[in-house]
Design a protein around this ligand. Sequence first.
Ligand SMILES: *[C@@H]1O[C@H](CO)[C@@H](O)[C@H](O)[C@H]1NC(C)=O
Ligand SMILES: *[C@@H]1O[C@H](CO)[C@@H](O)[C@H](O)[C@H]1NC(C)=O
Length: 494
Amino acid sequence: MRLILVVCALSSAWVVDAQLLRYEGKIHFGTDGHDQQPHSKILLGSDGHDQKPHGQKLLGVDGHDQRLHSQTLLGADGHDQHPHTQTVLGGDGHDQRSHGQTLLGEDGHDQRNHKETLLGGDGHDQGHHGQTLLGADGHDMRAHSQKLLGQDGHDQRPHSQVLLGGDGHDQQPHGQKVGNGPRELSHTHMFKGFMKKYNKAYNSQSEFKKRFSIFRQNLKKIHILQQSERGTAKYGPTKFSDLTEHEFRRMLGLRPDLKPTLSQMEPAEIPSEEIPSSFDWRDHGIVTPVKNQGMCGSCWAFSVTGNVEGQWALKHKHLYSLSEQELVDCDKTDEGCNGGMPENAYEAIAKLGGLETENDYPYEAKDDQCHFNETKVKVTVNGSVELPQNEDDLARWLVKHGPISIGINANALQFYVGGVSHPLRFLCNPKSLDHGMLIVGYGVHTTKYLHRRQPYWIVKNSWGPDWGEQGYYRVYRGDGTCGVNQMATSAIVP
Ligand SMILES: *[C@@H]1O[C@H](CO)[C@@H](O)[C@H](O)[C@H]1NC(C)=O
Ligand SMILES: *[C@@H]1O[C@H](CO)[C@@H](O)[C@H](O)[C@H]1NC(C)=O
């Protein structure tokens, strides 16, 4: 059941996801028969709308879109979502005549009558707006203070203040003149900001171009995650935003296929005591600082050392930082930087005779020869337990016994910035576990205006403190989000 081909599963997930989003109404449907039929493929316009030619005739009730488009139509802002009163005769059949009446865009764009003919290359917005336009996505929410002179008449001057577009448009104040249209500009700007923030340098123009292109692809994934988010999480550019999905997979490393066919794990006993509404082992001195696995699929080793560190500290009142590299090099049931399973690692530690410390056996982020030295062992393990999937039981066990090693689906992690992450189920299949982490606590967030309850787990990751919330992830608790409850285990220490 847990056997998966993660790479394939994930890449196809994005295809399915966009379709499903469409059916869920997240991507815009026209009210006039436009786009009321499912497209046969993903449409990748800036708001997911109409950047590809339609493969078939769409018969709008008002004669809109009755012809096959011969080229790309850029309905980036919900423009043309309402019926025209007459045929439109532009070069691409789009809007070259002045509008005879008010057009009510769903995002508030063009909600007022233009005072004059629009004469842009695409008939759109080359003239001064006569009045404030209130876009629902933060675009054009203020009156432009001057004429707009861009190629498409749009946004070639810097805004005088920050506009926060929901679709990644204009999320940064423009620092310079923009020549290639707003999207290109804002992406270039974001990419440069990203490079600066994370000290990225590319050693050739072609590498720069490649990374910029990946970055832009990733912005689309961020958009999908953000639009469909049910919790309070923010997704955005992170230090992994210039990585392809394939490259990102090297930051993971959970390998359910390495699980022994006959699991020997004991089921854990669940304590019956009442527990507080929130709890955090970081407040009790049994959690080491956030570590960084680097470009090595060793998450499983970090998940296990984190668990054993906590178990040992709780029992022996001494917090050691323990060696992942020992597991990467010496646990032969697992595959080092190619991935592994906590369940195997507990057994490997018991067989080897224990774990050395981080200092004595330091981390290299690559596979190496085993140079385990038994005389340096500080901590031993003599068994392990498997925890139930019920998340209340997990919390009860955690409060009594310490941090829990888990497997999780990493789909929401590459672009996680902070907040309580609660992605739609089909964006984060709970059966496709591909990353190992460590639950260290839990709590409940209440949203500011609607007072919605958002119970969450506090999860330690191994991607350094400059990822997520100082290296931590908060994920929704109670409905098995991303499979957080599917592979919970712990070592037993003597
Ligand atoms: C193992 O560590 C001890 C010190 O704890 C050292 O004396 C010994 O030489 C080491 N053995 C090997 C094989 O490196
Ligand atoms: C593990 O160690 C504890 C404490 O020494 C002991 O009670 C227990 O029986 C041991 N378990 C195994 C499987 O050796």
